[in-house]
Design a protein around this ligand. Sequence first.
Ligand code: ARG
Length: 568
Amino acid sequence: MKELKNNIVKAILKKLDEVNPDHGFHAEELIQYLEYPPDDKMGDLAFPCFRLSKALRKAPPMIAASLAEDFLCEGIAKAEAAGPYLNFRIDRARFFERLYENITGGGKPYGSKTDGEGKTVVLDYSSPNVAKPFHIGHLGTTVIGHSLKKMHEFAGYKCIGVNHLGDWGTQFGKLTVAYRKWGDKAAVEDKGIDELVRLYVKFHDEAKNDPGLEDEARAAFTSLEHGDPEITALWRWFIDISITEYKKTYKQLDIEFDYYTGESFYTDKMPAVVEELKEKGLLTLDDGASIVDLEQYGMPPCLILKRDGSTLYPTRDIAAAIYRKKTFDFDKCIYVTSAGQCLHFAQWFKVLELMGREWYKDLVHVPYGTVSLNGEKLATRTGNVVLLKDLFAEAIEKAAAIMDEKNPALKGNKEVAEAVGVGAVVFYYLSSNRMRDINFVLEDALNFDGNTGPYAQYTYARTCAILKKAEQTEKAFSDQNDDEFALAKTLSLFPETFDAALHDYEPSIITRYALDLCAAFNRFYHNCKVLSAEDGTTKAQRIELVECTNKVLASALELICVKHPEKI
Ligand code: ARG
């Protein structure tokens, strides 16, 4: 549709030039005015003339009427004035021929872009805190982050995925103490993160009655900071155990990180930051702690050093950003975290600005809302947590049970059950705008008849099955009935949908598009015979439509990290 819109605008400009060369309108502006009429009967596209009225000193209906006269534009069958609107009818056969070429013509996938070529984007996402549960609150950063990575790749950017693990801080002192007192090597090796979390929780329980434990933990962390070999080895081991387990979940999602550089990686890079802040006169002492005062920017101070001189979360983020700029020379660095961290990012972005780092403008924080499960709020503190791996396991198990019933031929196929179970969770999560608070209901996510991942995957599998049966036919492009054309139009909206999703950092725009595409396809498939169509031309054209749906739906699902098996 983008191409056609460009053609229309060119034709309008040509007409405007003829009447008055000084009209002052540009293509970029006019293209924004084009609309999809609410009712297909009015036209396929419409151009409202209101905003032209002032400059042209003519009433909008008159402008529409004069533009309609002998309107010539490739791909447009008819242009008609209706009051202040100029309504267009698309030349269906010609439109679909161009669309088919664009979708199947080889080369780059339809809708992908080259805007990002030569540019680098760093994406910081997922980033769980070691020794704390990797729970469904992390689903957002993990799948939104990865989807944004795919989207930027689709737009031509070179992307670098960084897992900024929470692998530094006093919790490691606690964990070390807990492990030495109550831990056991075999149990950690066997149960992994679950055992680390158990030890961590036990520490807190015991510390309630034995405050001395907190001191021990602090001392252990100080030893870690000073490089005590034994504690360092333990710490490294806790992290390795955790990463190995995270990787299992990432694999189910087809996620690979380029770097697992957690917070500890920046330890030796922070003194220089503190030094620079001092030199630039930005640090103030506040009750022994070092802060950057942000009062005049309407924010609480950004904490840089604690009273005992140890660094904090913002200090590490500042050091990490400077390191990444130097190392990757990024054009954009994206951080995906829960909305609870908005202030944290606003604060340290401001500090970088005050430090004179002009590129602070290229840092983007992408926040998202909370998630509850079956209406219940989840909170680590109250112990009401659901681990991501458990949620996936349950989804896979339920998906397998449904599929065994629906498609016995695939009974026991683990790969497909995993794709459907995990895909259902991701699709459901990415269906809502990221800032909305989500209530997760697994049964709804797995409903094959709802607007869900399995429904989209099922539609995709259906296109595969039809294409497999369709023998090679001649290509044909003739007039289309309304269902065929509605599908073609939906297909043609993919590039502009992708643009909008990329612009807003909003994968859900693509998820909802995938649902629209499935709906248009299933209506078409319900109303139009494909393989048993009346005549050769109709059949050929319908197979082409299936082929296009297959390609575009695959791209859409890939962008939102949902796998699409050929059979489900
Ligand atoms: N580990 C943090 C958490 O779980 C998220 C880290 C996000 N990235 C960053 N550069 N601050 O809340």
